[in-house]
Design a protein around this ligand. Structure first.
Ligand code: NDP
Length: 327
């Protein structure tokens, strides 16, 4: 494993990290979750990602019980949660001061820790002034309940607004953003945020490096039983893949597959290594529903070196044939 700074902060995060969306508390049993966490930690992964909304809080409870059982020294791992979707009632959702503070308390309880290393605003909230959220995050930092705060799927303009408010009012500015980034979704990380890496030292903890599995090639011939797209709640991903198919994604995936074969690696390993080639990516968050997937994906570290300029150019040409979806 190798480690990168989270943007310009002093925090070191493992190049690969591990998250629990879809899987913990829903798709997989607790023993698989435990085996994956153990494997990840033993491989040098030090960042574990979670959110209040994952499996309605069960994902955090399961991760909390695993952390409790393994009792790894608290200074050897970085733990996150995200606030936004806490429930359906007023004030259980969004980024008001009330929900930000209460959701943090609830996450600490479920994860069984005294503080979160990273705390994300899971989406922008049009119903709360950004200043209110910045002030709430700063309160949590001052109280020692969170160490760094950041955003997820915010625009560059929204992040800059939060940063400017924090600087103007002597509050803690956001450190990191959690955007989707993979071979099929590039625009935000590569273009929109370009100036923020230098100007404010933004770190990125990128999600869905395999585009929910599209970049494994497993959906090219249909939807395998037990896969993410076979789960009724993720029908929106089936529709997304259909829209991509209409834009010729299968041809692109076939080319990526053949490049992986040429390099003697697998398609998921190539797709993950490709994300790591971007120096503005602080960490790539992996997801896995089977231990074997995690084991395979960890080997993407070995593939990074083989991605020289020529191969990256070949990949770029293949990807340029695909027009990215808007969202
Ligand atoms: P990926 O795009 O890597 O998808 C992971 C899924 O792909 C697995 O659960 C598995 O699904 C399949 N898969 C993984 N490896 C392989 C393999 N080697 N061969 C075949 N299939 C494989 O990442 P996620 O979408 O899971 O996102 C990773 C993390 O990012 C999340 O856990 C979460 O922490 C974070 N995230 C954050 C979001 C945000 O809004 N901030 C949004 C989404 C994710 P299956 O076996 O079911 O087919």
């Amino acid at each position: 494993m190798f480690y990168r700074r989270l943007g310009k902060s002093g925090l070191q995060v493992s190049a690969l990290s591990f998250g629990s969306w879809v899987t913990f508390g829903d798709q997989i049993g607790n023993s698989v979750a435990e085996a994956c966490m153990q494997k990840a930690y033993e491989a040098g992964i030090n960042f574990f990602d979670n959110a209040e909304s994952y499996a309605g809080g069960r994902s955090e409870e399961i991760m909390g019980s695993i952390l409790d059982k393994f009792a790894w020294p608290r200074d050897t791992y970085v733990l996150s949660s995200k606030v936004f979707w806490g429930g359906k009632k007023p004030n259980q959702e969004g980024l008001s001061r009330k929900h930000v503070i209460e959701a943090c308390h609830a996450a600490l309880k479920r994860l069984r820790v005294e503080y979160l290393d990273l705390y994300f605003c899971h989406r922008p909230d049009p119903n709360t002034p950004i200043e209110e959220t910045v002030r709430a995050m700063d309160t949590l930092v001052q109280q020692g309940k969170i160490l760094y705060w950041g955003t997820s799927e915010w625009s560059a303009a929204e992040i800059m607004e939060a940063y400017a408010i924090a600087r103007e009012c002597y509050l803690t500015p956001p450190t990191m953003e959690q955007p989707q980034y993979n071979m099929l979704v590039r625009r935000k990380v590569e273009e929109e945020f370009k100036r923020l890496y230098e100007s404010i030292g933004l770190g990125t903890t990128i999600w869905s490096p395999l585009a929910s599995g599209f970049l494994t090639g497993k959906y090219n011939q249909g939807i395998p039983d037990g896969s993410r797209l076979s789960m009724p709640a993720y029908d929106f991903l089936v529709k997304r893949f259909e829209r991509m198919r209409e834009r010729g994604v299968i041809e692109v995936l076939d080319t990526i597959q053949s490049i992986a074969c040429k390099l003697g690696t697998t398609m998921p390993q190539l797709a993950i290594a490709w994300c790591l080639k971007n120096r503005n990516v602080s960490t790539v968050i992996l997801g896995a529903s089977h231990l074997e997937q995690l084991e395979e994906n960890l080997k993407s570290l070995d593939a990074v070196e083989s991605l020289d300029d020529e191969i990256m150019g070949e990949i770029d040409i293949a990807l340029s044939r695909f027009v990215e979806l808007e969202s």
